[in-house]
Design a binder for this molecule. Structure first.
Ligand SMILES: Nc1ncnc2c1ncn2[C@@H]1O[C@H](COP(=O)(O)OP(=O)(O)O)[C@@H](O)[C@H]1O
Ligand SMILES: N[C@@H](CCOP(=O)(O)O)C(=O)O
Length: 322
């Protein structure tokens, strides 16, 4: 039975969490909403300024991923009306592409009556993104520990500690994941491999047992952050000193340039950490937006819309020309 119009709500993500390069991700309570319906003619409607510049033809990622779902399920729906509103900044390391992929998969799958399982959606998303960390978090919510071996992805979802809060410092400049992956070396030393697997394992143990004090020891990396540092002035100082200013630990969010600091909500001195991040970026003449977030326990969700459901442009800021 075909459902005609669905609304998808999908969380942002922060991937890697420091040492868990391509393996750890956490969903954040910053969201994108996509309305999708089968139509006579394809059209795109962006609500708010965030999506300005994103393609509004059939090359659009959401459209393309939706068509993959239809092909996979053996049905044909070449024309779609897609409306989207997003709080997730583009190309900043908060998983905008992963959220678009997961939103499109979940929306298209709902339009065809949920023919694909969650596992099938996870496998398709991982193949498209080429790593499971950010797509896993947006799909399942919480903290996702995962691998992809080039043919299958496997994961375990962890429930984030109730005291965990997240401060993100989002620079005003964009950095594509592609560019931030191109600076990584193809080979690393055995010592660095051991360093990362031990720190990443300890981080997973700390997060799954609520041992928040261990995060400052565990949230250290030698696989990607140091190579990306030249692209994000101020990053090394933040990694080095954020715990002196109240953070439980700090990391580059995804491929950057956003910096992430984990925080214990029982600590009342938020201002010190905010000031430290602001001043560190200010020294580099980088403008930032600071946002306090929480882990999102929920992954992607889909609701069926009816004639009386409000449009996204009425719920949010109104439609803009793309
Ligand atoms: N709603 C969307 N529709 C189509 N493409 C999108 C959408 N959101 C993000 N993207 C694509 O993802 C790119 C950003 O991906 P990426 O470089 O991995 O950064 P991020 O860390 O934000 O995921 C955008 O430049 C755009 O090409
Ligand atoms: N593990 C990837 C994660 C990229 O995440 P994004 O949110 O920046 O797209 C990487 O570090 O390259």
């Amino acid at each position: 039975m075909i459902k005609h119009k669905v609304r998808v709500k999908v969380p942002a993500s922060t991937a890697n969490l420091g040492p868990g390069f391509d393996a750890l991700g956490m969903a954040l309570n910053l969201h994108a909403w996509i309305d999708m319906e089968i139509a006579e003619e394809t059209s795109f409607h962006w609500v708010g300024e965030q999506l300005k510049g994103i393609p509004v033809d059939k090359s659009n990622l959401i459209y393309q991923v939706a068509q993959m779902v239809f092909d996979y399920a053996g049905v044909s729906h070449p024309e779609l009306r897609i409306t989207m509103y997003s709080e997730i900044p583009l190309t900043r390391g908060l998983g905008s592409s992963a959220s678009a992929i997961i939103g499109a998969l979940a929306g298209a799958n709902a339009l065809i009556g949920g023919k694909l399982s969650q596992d099938e959606l996870f496998q398709i998303a991982t193949k498209l993104e080429k790593h499971p960390d950010n797509v896993g978090a947006s799909l399942f919510g919480g903290i996702v520990v995962a691998f992809w071996d080039g043919s299958r992805a496997e994961y375990i979802r962890l429930e984030p500690d109730v005291h965990l809060e997240v401060l993100v410092a989002i620079p005003s400049f964009q950095l594509s994941t592609e560019k931030a992956r191109n600076v990584l070396p193809q080979q690393i030393t055995l010592q660095d491999a051991v360093y990362n697997l031990s720190h990443s394992s300890l981080l997973v143990a700390a997060l799954s047992t609520g041992n928040l004090g261990m995060i400052k020891h565990a949230m250290k990396d030698r696989l990607h952050q140091q190579y990306r540092a030249a692209l994000i002035p101020g990053m090394l100082e933040i990694l080095e000193r954020a715990t002196d200013h109240g953070a439980l630990g700090a990391a580059l969010s995804g491929a950057g340039p956003t910096m992430l600091a984990l925080f214990d909500s029982r600590n009342e001195n938020k201002a010190e950490l905010e000031n430290f991040l602001k001043q560190t970026f200010m020294k580099e003449s980088i403008e930032i937006e600071l946002l306090w977030l929480k882990p999102s326990l929920e992954g992607v969700s889909v609701t069926n819309l009816t004639e009386s459901s409000p449009e996204l442009q009425d719920l949010f800021k109104g439609e803009v020309k793309a």
